[in-house]
Design a protein around this ligand. Structure first.
Ligand code: C5P
Ligand code: MG
Length: 275
């Protein structure tokens, strides 16, 4: 924490205003899901598809090449948003085009997720269950693949009715074969108002003036921009990769920075205290 007193102040204020005023806005990949396990990287929702058996060897190679080219750009602290945005659109568009050529079946999604190495962060059960029990809305705003992340949460038995997801959803034809992705395209750096055409959701939530925001990327900081009435906001950032290089910027932008922490313990502790 750069400013522990400030953090203490926000948490007290969230507690004082009560659970009825609280909403949680969270990123999915590498925030609710694990970054690594046993020294190995865990997959993002895109990687789950990229690595699955339904993709040809040639397709896998092309998707991996894209990842190796664009991921360093995504996390490069020395490039501006203006530089990154068009390149992210390029990455997502090229990856989605490749995936759409692979004849992926809607009916295969559950199996693809089951066979993957994805893991939710330790403490996920308490996190999802606490929010559900206390009727706290959880808004998951993801530049990943909506169908995949929903299936991950479903298979973990924590897809409760308080969850609302905005993400990139697959578009299947009448035979259930993937033919593209629905618009608008959401990438790391447009997770803001511009892609939330259903601001109705936020209007419904305008009474929820306390926000806990969870993210792992600098792009996640704008996820709450659509909320009109913000009284208290606590931003918690998971710093997973290139920790030394990114620490300064993360500490400037997030109220709490969790370095290489594969658990939801801090978030759960704060929730337990507020409830
Ligand atoms: O849920 P979240 O917004 O974190 O999802 C975006 C993540 O997916 C990014 O961190 C990015 O590195 C990753 N990604 C990927 N393959 C792609 C596009 C994005 O692994 N083709
Ligand atoms: Mg993420």
């Amino acid at each position: 924490m750069k400013n522990p007193d400030h953090v203490r102040g926000i948490i007290s204020s969230i507690k004082k205003d009560g659970v009825n005023k609280l909403q949680v806005i969270s990123d999915f990949d590498m925030t609710l899901s694990r970054f690594g396990w046993n020294g190995r990287r865990c997959p993002t929702s895109h990687n789950i598809l990229d690595n699955s058996q339904v993709i040809t060897e040639e397709g896998k190679k092309q998707l991996k090449d894209l990842l190796h080219y664009y991921y360093p750009i995504e996390i490069d602290p020395n490039r501006t948003l203006e530089e990154k945005c068009p390149l992210m659109v390029e990455w997502w568009t090229r990856a989605h085009d490749l995936l759409s050529q692979q004849k992926i079946l809607k009916g295969d999604i559950a199996q693809i997720v089951k066979e993957s190495e994805v893991m939710l962060r330790d403490g996920f059960n308490e996190f999802f269950d606490q929010l559900h029990k206390n009727n706290v809305p959880l808004f998951i705003f993801s530049a990943g693949v909506g169908d995949i992340l929903e299936e991950i949460i479903r298979q973990a038995n924590v897809f409760h009715p308080n969850i609302n997801v905005v993400s990139n959803y697959m578009d299947f034809d009448d035979d259930g074969i993937l033919r593209g992705f629905k618009r608008p395209l959401i990438h790391t750096y447009n997770k803001n108002n511009t892609v939330l055409n259903n601001t109705e959701y936020f209007q419904q939530l305008s009474t929820k003036t306390s926000i806990i925001l969870l993210g792992d990327s600098m792009g996640d900081l704008t996820m709450s921009d659509g909320v009109t009435n913000v009284k208290n906001i606590l931003k918690i950032g998971f710093l997973n990769d290139k920790v030394e290089e990114h620490r300064g910027k993360y500490l400037e932008s997030y109220d709490i920075v969790l370095e290489r922490d594969e658990t939801l313990d801090v978030v759960n502790g704060i929730l337990r205290y507020t409830f």
